[in-house]
Design a protein around this ligand. Structure first.
Ligand SMILES: Nc1ncnc2c1ncn2[C@@H]1O[C@H](COP(=O)(O)OP(=O)(O)OP(=O)(O)O)[C@@H](O)[C@H]1O
Ligand SMILES: [Mg+2]
Length: 257
């Protein structure tokens, strides 16, 4: 048995021995009378990178936002670190070591890069601010050069880096990333995916990644889910999904690699 095989077995054993860090069961979310999530089940274990792929409007962002309670699940349960957070207010969830970098970046455009990073940190613990600032500046040297520039004047790629850096300032146990590659040049996409891989490997950070760029996402992730109009239709390891004919036909062939 190779070392790789042993690692896989150890990984499976630890997964079955411990409950998931995040459990989603039967979650239904509505916008008014329109159902966006039709009963979603999903697990994320500590130390994993899990991705969800799917077409425009499938409900990926809705699922990520529902974890934060905005919009709120109308049915089903969401459990984080053993606590039922289905009805916990959003501002309280933000204090529970879950951080998100939402779709469309949503940085504060009038604030400087430094102030944006302060906003990320203030949620949790100001005590290690300097250390955390140093850390994100090492990961994204571009931000270090621009600490006093207003967020709104950063380039698209730089704003994406800032959104991720801001999320990291709270030292999350679970990092939720919605479309970190959207609209970015291939080189910047690669940099951001390298950073995600590194944070997971080095710090054991658990990552839930929403991506339309299925090829990159499945290559990076340990496991993935496919969502079609509010329902999970497939799940498996990143490799399994990459070689799945349905996934290839719908999300990979002729797609943006
Ligand atoms: N605030 C809202 N009000 C009403 N409908 C909404 C709202 N936000 C999203 N929807 C609808 O819910 C469905 C799921 O949208 P969602 O943004 O979750 O999709 P997505 O998978 O993230 O798509 P994309 O890949 O384009 O980002 C879509 O049909 C969308 O039009
Ligand atoms: Mg989306």
């Amino acid at each position: 048995m190779s070392v790789a095989d042993t690692n896989v077995l150890a990984d499976q054993a630890s997964r079955t021995a411990r409950p998931p860090l995040l459990t989603i069961r039967g979650v239904k979310t509505y916008y008014g009378n329109i159902v966006a999530l039709k009963g979603v089940d999903l697990d994320i274990y500590e130390g994993e990178i899990v991705t969800i792929i799917g077409a425009n409007g499938a409900g990926k962002s809705t699922l990520m936002m529902t974890i934060f309670g905005n919009p709120r699940a109308r049915e089903g349960t969401i459990t984080f670190a053993g606590r039922d957070i289905t009805r916990v207010p959003t501002h309280e969830i933000a204090r529970m070591s879950i951080a998100q970098s939402p779709e469309g970046r949503r940085i504060f455009p009038r604030m400087s890069v430094f102030e944006n990073l302060q906003m990320g940190a203030s949620i949790n613990n100001a005590a290690h601010f300097d250390e955390d600032l140093e850390r994100v500046c090492t990961i994204f040297p571009r931000l270090k050069e621009r600490l006093h520039q207003r967020g709104g004047t950063l380039s698209g790629g730089e704003q994406q880096m800032l959104a991720i850096a801001r999320a990291l300032m709270s030292r999350p146990r679970l990092l939720l990333l919605d479309e970190p590659s959207l609209g970015l040049a291939p080189l910047v996409v690669k940099q951001i995916f390298d950073v995600i891989r590194e944070l997971n490997k080095r710090d054991g950070m658990t990552v839930f990644l929403v991506e339309q760029n299925a090829y990159h996402a499945l290559k990076l992730a340990h496991r993935g889910y496919v969502m079609v109009t509010g329902t999970i239709t497939l799940s498996g390891t990143g490799q399994e999904l990459l070689s799945n004919p349905q996934v290839r036909a719908a999300y990979l062939e002729g797609g943006r690699h």
